[in-house]
Design a protein around this ligand. Structure first.
Ligand code: SF4
Length: 441
């Protein structure tokens, strides 16, 4: 009998990427194997994102492509899950634009997916009700979800409406998962959540045994054998306690990379965004990081052209960027997201103004990042080798503890090892170097 194949197309953030690893685990448990393209798949599953309306349009286009395939092969099964189907307007859009979709599924309740598949005639055998094992893409670095949902209601963001209130996973469950990953040879874990710094806030203290917070979790995970590096995303500056910096400074495994999305440098705009911190508070946090961990990298997300942002507000953002000197920044132009509070705010900024501001921000930030990367030359940095470089197979690629990508010549069998690399060049956004010695085996 021909092997039945599945294909998963994922959009959006690392949370979605990890949800897709869980979906892949379910499909493999059901006896399916991964297809290399949608053309050879018997079942196509879309894991969608709804953070930007432009992303939704792209997703609808991709689903339509699968719809065209289904016209030729009516037995093809199409399922759509993720953020877009988890709020009424998104669900409706899929229903009207893509009526050939066989089923939708909720990624906040993936344990129900086998049941849904079975309901649509897809044999899942004994999988129903069993614990799901994600099929992770990497055998070195693993995502581990620690919180689901979000309580913050930043005014531009649809996530709390789509993913519901924050729910933290029990610490013993997280620690157990990380311990098993360490036993299986994983070297790095990335803890995932919309706001990982608020981990544990939703616990009823008596049910969790004690008041666990994010710092407690880091301290416990730091003890797990085999795991060499601990990363986490996403942080929220309002909930990022100085104690987390102290723990990072003391810890061997928690990486000295702080991704702290600031979004804007104007206190007025931060208030309109409902972010709950000020420019001054943010600068104090960065100062503390640099005081305790001078080698730390600090990265961020920035939105320009938020409703009400005038020239002075934008200058405040530029001032913050120049004061902090971020290692890298993800920069976005604000676009209204229907269903969010900010979409109805007055004083929406004109597109040409937004474009000009974004260009200037990118130009300045790129120059800062270039200077920071140049300053790495001559340093010896610990790199976790991820494998041969995609562009040049004679080169290896890996990341520093500060999350900078390094390329250097070396044999493939160093994959999975920590090596020391002398940085010799800093072209573009990456670093180049030469291996000096192996840090650990
Ligand atoms: S913290 Fe704010 S931006 Fe992040 S998911 Fe929650 S509401 Fe959205």
């Amino acid at each position: 009998m021909r092997e039945r194949k599945y294909f998963i197309e994922t959009f959006g953030c690392q949370m979605n990427e990890h949800d897709s690893e869980v979906i892949a685990g379910i499909m493999e448990g059901a006896g399916y194997s991964a297809a290399t393209s949608i053309d050879e798949a018997d079942i196509i599953l879309f894991n969608t994102c709804c953070v930007r309306e432009s992303a939704e349009q792209r997703i609808l286009g991709r689903i339509s492509r699968a719809g065209a395939l289904k016209k030729r092969r009516p037995e093809l099964v199409i399922g759509v899950g993720g953020c877009m189907v988890q709020y009424p307007e998104g669900r409706q859009r899929i229903k009207t634009r893509c009526p050939y979709v066989d089923f939708t599924f909720d990624t906040t309740a993936l344990e129900r997916l086998p049941e849904i598949l079975a309901h649509h005639g897809i044999p899942v055998g004994c999988l129903v009700g069993e614990a799901i094992q994600p099929k992770r893409k990497s055998s070195l670095c693993a995502f581990v979800t620690i919180t689901y949902g979000c309580d913050n209601f930043c005014s531009y963001c649809i996530v709390p409406y789509v993913r519901g209130p924050q729910k933290s996973r029990r610490p013993e469950e997280v620690i157990d998962e990380v311990r098993r990953l360490g036993e299986r040879g994983y070297k790095e874990v990335t803890l995932l959540g919309q706001n990982v710094n608020a981990y544990g806030r939703d616990f009823n203290p008596t049910s969790a045994g004690k008041d666990w917070d994010f710092g407690d979790l880091l301290l416990e995970l730091d003890k797990v054998p085999g795991i060499e590096r601990i990363r986490y995303t996403t942080s929220h500056p309002r909930d990022f306690q100085e104690r987390f910096i102290e723990i990072t400074a003391r810890s061997k495994k928690v990486c000295e990379h702080f991704h702290l999305p600031v979004q804007a440098g104007s206190n007025k705009v931060l208030r309109l965004m409902n972010r709950g911190y000020t420019k001054e508070g943010y600068l104090r946090l960065v100062e503390k990081i640099r005081e305790l961990i001078p080698s730390a990298s600090v990265t961020t997300d920035l939105i320009v052209g938020f409703p009400g942002e005038d020239d002075r507000d934008f200058e405040d953002t530029m001032d913050l960027v120049e004061k902090v000197r971020f290692d890298a920044a993800f920069t976005f132009m604000y676009s209204p997201r229907s269903g969010t509070a900010a979409a109805t705010l007055p004083d929406q900024v004109a597109l040409d103004v937004k474009k000009k501001r974004l260009e200037r921000l990118i130009r300045v930030q790129n120059e800062i990042a270039k200077q920071i990367n140049e300053a790495q030359k001559g340093k010896v940095l610990e790199v976790l080798v991820e494998g041969p470089s995609e562009r040049d197979p004679k080169m290896l690629s890996g990341r520093t503890r500060t999350n900078k990508m390094v390329h250097f010549p070396g044999p493939e069998n160093l994959t999975g090892h920590l090596v020391n690399v002398l940085i010799t060049d800093a072209p573009g956004h990456t670093l180049r170097g030469e291996m000096t010695n192996r840090a650990t085996i």
